[in-house]
Design a protein around this ligand. Structure first.
Ligand SMILES: [Zn+2]
Length: 180
């Protein structure tokens, strides 16, 4: 099934049936078969999703590779690009959660630009204090923006399955549970 917007898409019940058994929850994780689609409901609160639902690329590599990051960042980046696994997913959001995501994106970008401005103030005033405050602000706002705006993130990607964290309880509760 295509994940692009389709005005002639089948009704929700048909979509739900089609996605049946293709994704399920394991405790706080959402597990989906590669190539399957998620239910067309907000992954945070389980309300009906806004359409079109955007398809997003996600990447994952084994956390052990992070050791390289501390040895050499350029080598880590090259290795990460080679070993990373990728998947296409289309996690849906409702109006409220899309707005929340946009707010965090605006906070992240706004704070980043403010920090950049402070770095330039520091340079023009030859003040290392403003430069450091600007640099730290840029980093903090990038982190706040990234974490606040992310929808879901992978904890593992294999050839067969994608495991995702970050779904809300209401959405997870609506999925079949598999316990170990
Ligand atoms: Zn929602």
């Amino acid at each position: 099934m295509t994940q692009e917007f389709n005005p002639y898409a089948p009704p929700r019940a048909a979509l739900e049936k089609e996605t049946n058994n293709a994704c399920w929850r394991e405790d706080k994780l959402l597990v989906m078969q590669v190539g399957s689609t998620l239910p067309p409901r907000c992954v945070k609160c389980n309300q009906p999703a806004l359409t079109p639902i955007k398809t997003r690329k996600i990447y994952w590599h084994h956390p052990g590779w992070y050791v390289l990051f501390f040895l050499s960042i350029p080598i880590y980046i090259i290795v990460a690009i080679v070993v990373r696994k990728k998947a296409d997913i289309a996690p849906a959001l409702c109006d409220a959660h899309r707005n929340r995501r946009r707010l965090f994106l605006a906070i992240g970008w706004g704070g980043f630009l403010l920090g950049l401005g402070l770095v330039f103030v520091g340079i023009s005033l030859k003040s290392s204090g403003w430069g450091i405050i600007g640099g730290i602000s840029m980093l903090l706002f990038i982190i706040v923006g990234m974490i606040g705006s992310r929808i879901v993130f992978p904890t593992r990607i294999t050839k067969e399955q994608v495991r995702l964290k970050g779904c809300g309880k209401a959405f997870l509760d609506s999925l079949p549970q598999i316990s170990f």
